[in-house]
Design a protein around this ligand. Structure first.
Ligand code: AIR
Length: 167
């Protein structure tokens, strides 16, 4: 073992030793390490069972996330506000699941430049076994893309979000 003094902990703010330590610790505490990096949104509470699989995958990977219900059609203003503030709140990607006329991923993408991953959902109201939601999500206009995973495959959306965070 060396007798040398231990190397002080360096942070992006200062060196954690001596006179400034209390201030540096106070600043470090302002960083919320549990702040969500991925937002999971869905058009209805009836989508929760399918979309919870994304949350579980992120949970298993230790990626902080949040889960919200908001409909692109029933609560358009809520969706717009959520998307507009997403980057400033620290989110790095948004997973959006919806069924039937599944506008939610596109509505989110309209208001943020964060990557948006759509999850088309088959539900009790679906036409053509989920093809309605698939086409609603995939057929975005040029310049406003969303990614799209397979029908009801929220877990894949979470894996893709994790890959985006790792780039
Ligand atoms: N939805 C809700 N607002 C817009 C759309 N497309 C979708 C939900 C859900 C389906 O409508 O994502 O898959 C049925 O919703 P609910 O609330 O009637 O069960």
């Amino acid at each position: 073992m060396s007798d040398a003094a231990p190397t002080p902990i360096r942070t992006g703010l200062a060196t954690l030793e001596g006179a400034g330590e209390a201030e540096v610790r106070a600043q470090l505490e302002e960083f919320d390490v549990d702040a969500p990096l991925v937002g999971i949104v869905m058009g209805s509470a009836s989508d929760m069972e399918a979309m919870e699989k994304a949350a579980k995958e992120l949970q298993d990977r230790g990626i902080p996330h949040e889960l919200r219900v908001m409909s692109a059609h029933r609560e358009a203003d809520v969706v717009a506000e959520y998307a507009k503030s997403a980057r400033a709140r620290g989110l790095r990607a948004v997973i959006a699941g919806a069924g039937i006329s599944a506008a939610l991923p596109g509505a989110v993408a309209a208001h943020t430049d964060l990557p948006v991953i759509g999850v088309p959902l088959s539900g009790r109201l679906t036409a053509a076994g989920g093809l309605d939601a698939i086409l609603s999500i995939v057929q975005m206009p040029p310049g406003v893309p969303v990614a799209c995973v397979g029908l009801d495959n929220a877990r894949n959306a979470a894996i893709l979000a994790a890959q985006i965070l790792a780039t």
